[in-house]
Write a new protein. Structure first.
Length: 148
């Protein structure tokens, strides 16, 4: 699939510190609740997938997302995060509390063109969910994670 999370994963938030405030931080394991991305007509739709996102106190991050029914990849477009309906990457993250963002620095990934890139992400805690989206204007996906 085209743009799964490198969702990622991956996350900024309100009142979060990289491991000091255990009550409101990202540290721990998160399961994928839902992932939305625009269809051919631009309307957001949910993708049938599952996944796992992990943040450590030491600033490391890992994400895996798998489509249950892989759709054919769309030609062109924004960053490619998955291959064959599967996304996997790991690296480090840094949080900017004021901006409610984090930057995921990719150290390893199934899609090798991601390695070495910094992927900025906006996020918010909404109830029990951590909602993440890209800060790039050409990417319009959103993903929600829930703590295990």
């Amino acid at each position: 699939m085209k743009k799964l999370l490198a969702v990622f994963v991956v996350i900024g938030m309100a009142a979060v510190t990289g491991g000091q405030d255990r009550g409101a931080n990202l540290t721990g394991a998160w399961r994928l609740a839902w992932l939305e991305q625009p269809g051919a007509d631009g309307t957001p739709h949910r993708v049938d997938c599952s996944g796992l996102l992990i943040f450590t106190d030491e600033g490391h991050m890992s994400v895996q997302v798998m489509e249950r029914n892989r759709a054919p990849p769309a030609p062109g477009g924004p960053e490619q995060y998955s291959q064959g309906g599967y996304e996997a990457s790991w690296g480090t993250y840094k949080i900017d509390k004021g901006a409610r963002t984090f930057t995921f620095h990719v150290e390893g990934a199934l899609v090798r063109t991601l390695i070495g890139k910094d992927l900025p992400r906006a996020c918010e805690l909404s109830g029990i969910q951590l909602i993440v989206k890209s800060t790039r204007p050409d990417e319009h996906w959103r993903v929600a994670w829930e703590r295990y």
